[in-house]
Design a protein around this ligand. Structure first.
Ligand code: AMP
Length: 461
């Protein structure tokens, strides 16, 4: 029996049959790594992006344990957004369709409260929701978690990024100590490690690395004659690929600033990230890049270490990295789940030996490709779809993502779809807004109130 066949698992026969009827032939890597410990009732930390099959991994775990006759909440899945919660609930319902009478309920902000309470009263096995609303139900005692056996944190990094840590802490306090905790995250910043240490019991790590996978990352190499041609090649590659998010790696701070200034002069929406930035500017740069109000980030390796984005469309090595390991690490940041990432490396004669070393490592002969046509230089680099508004209120003023969303979308406001990522810091918050509604958004924020207070808001450019 293959190790990746679902039948190699100790799953209930009806679940196995259903998995087969859904056309899931073999386990995805994340499922193969995480399902055995999940089914053994262990706490598991898994690295899984959307598209990896992570939902089925935890869903099968909680369905296997479920007591269908007990209509108290036995599993809680926390998600950063309503969209993800809806998607997760849908997948759980699909996997549960062969078990009689399983109730899955989504509890998310932005939806009326009353009907949610009504559904809870009639008995629910599995709750999927966003932290703010779940916390509210716990506070109002409309939701009880005394019988919880499995807690899932899905996209934990995004939940923390959105300022949900206090809500998560409160929710966890309401759950029994004896429970299984599963944590899924695309990235592992220090905050995730610390939360895992606090709330998990001897967790098993299920990590699927794809850094070296040639099938996922497409590498291109371009030989340039001098610095002038290097810069032109960079512009050509950006104009050819038109990435939503790309990092250009440089080997020195000075070069980072020079290249960023030059690209900016050429009309690109670009940010520079290097060790000389103050913490506040660094945070702002990372936020603007993460929320897609700038499409190009020029960075040194050291400065990019804190970058929690590992799904870039394109990575460009302006110079070949010092050594092979750094190169592999750089390019490992590209590649969205399910689609290929692209890495382009520029090198001159002087760097030829580094290219040869890389060729040895990758076990192939690296040859320079033809540069994209120069006519591309006549095209406009285009503008990102969103821009960032800074609000001078944050965690210390108890400003939460839902408050900002509420202030923006109320009467005469903009729609939820026009609001992008929200990042909250101690005394500031940043929100991405569609370019075409910046003015009304600013007006709504400055004229109205957040948490009963007026905060200053301004566009960052
Ligand atoms: P997720 O990463 O959980 O969002 O899942 C991505 C998609 O893959 C969903 O549409 C699932 O229905 C599907 N899927 C999950 N596991 C498997 C599998 N083992 N084989 C084929 N498709 C799967």
């Amino acid at each position: 029996m293959s190790q990746t066949a679902f039948s190699s698992l100790d799953l209930h026969a009806d679940l196995l049959k259903n998995v087969a009827s859904l056309g899931y032939e073999t386990m995805t890597p994340i499922q193969a790594q995480s399902l055995p410990p999940i089914l053994a009732d262990k706490d598991v930390i898994a690295q899984g992006k959307t598209g990896s099959g992570k939902t089925a991994a935890f869903a099968l775990g909680l369905l296997q344990k479920l007591e269908a006759k007990d209509f108290r909440v036995q599993s809680l899945v926390l998600c950063p957004t309503r969209e993800l919660a809806d998607q997760v609930a849908k997948e759980i319902r699909k996997l549960a369709r062969t078990i009689q009478n399983i109730k899955v309920l989504t509890l998310c902000g932005g939806m009326p409260f009353g009907p949610q309470t009504g559904s809870l009263e009639s008995g629910v096995h599995i709750v999927v929701g966003t932290p703010g609303r779940i916390e509210e139900h716990l506070r109002k005692t409309t939701l009880k978690l005394d019988s919880l056996t499995t807690l899932v944190l899905d996209e934990a990094d995004r939940m923390l990024e959105m300022g949900f840590q206090p809500a998560l802490d409160t929710i966890i306090e309401h759950t029994p100590k004896q429970r299984q905790t599963l944590l899924f995250s695309a990235t592992f910043p220090a905050q995730i490690k610390s939360i895992a240490e606090r709330i998990m019991n001897d967790p098993v790590m299920a990590k699927v690395t794809s850094t070296h996978d040639e099938n996922i990352i497409e590498q291109h190499f371009y030989k340039v004659d001098d610095d002038e041609q290097r810069l032109i090649t960079l512009r050509l590659l950006l104009l050819k690929h038109r990435p939503e998010s790309t990092v250009v790696f440089c080997n020195t701070k000075r070069e980072v600033q020079e290249i960023a200034d030059q690209l900016s002069a050429d009309g690109f929406s670009v940010l520079a990230l290097h060790g000389d930035l103050e913490q506040k500017d660094r945070d702002m740069t990372l936020v603007r890049f993460a929320n897609k109000s700038a499409s190009v980030l020029v960075a040194t390796d050291v400065a990019a270490r804190g970058l929690d984005i590992d799904a870039l469309d394109l990575v460009i090595n302006y110079h070949i990295a010092r050594d092979t390991e750094v190169h592999v690490h750089r390019i490992g940041r590209t590649g969205r789940a399910g689609s290929k990432g692209i890495a382009c490396s520029l090198y001159s004669d002087k760097e030829h030996y580094k290219v040869a070393l890389l060729g040895d490592y990758l076990d192939k002969i690296i040859e320079s490709e033809k540069l994209p046509p120069l006519s591309l230089l006549n095209e406009s680099p285009g503008k990102p779809k969103v821009a960032t508004i800074q609000i001078d209120g944050g965690k210390k003023q108890k400003v939460r993502p839902g408050d900002i969303l509420g202030a923006l979308t109320g009467k005469n406001g903009i729609t939820g779809k026009q609001v992008g990522k929200i990042h909250i810091f101690d005394n500031r918050a940043y929100v991405a807004i569609s370019q075409d509604v910046i003015k009304p958004a600013l007006k709504k924020l400055t004229a109205g109130k957040i948490k009963g207070r007026s905060f200053r808001a301004r566009l960052i450019s």
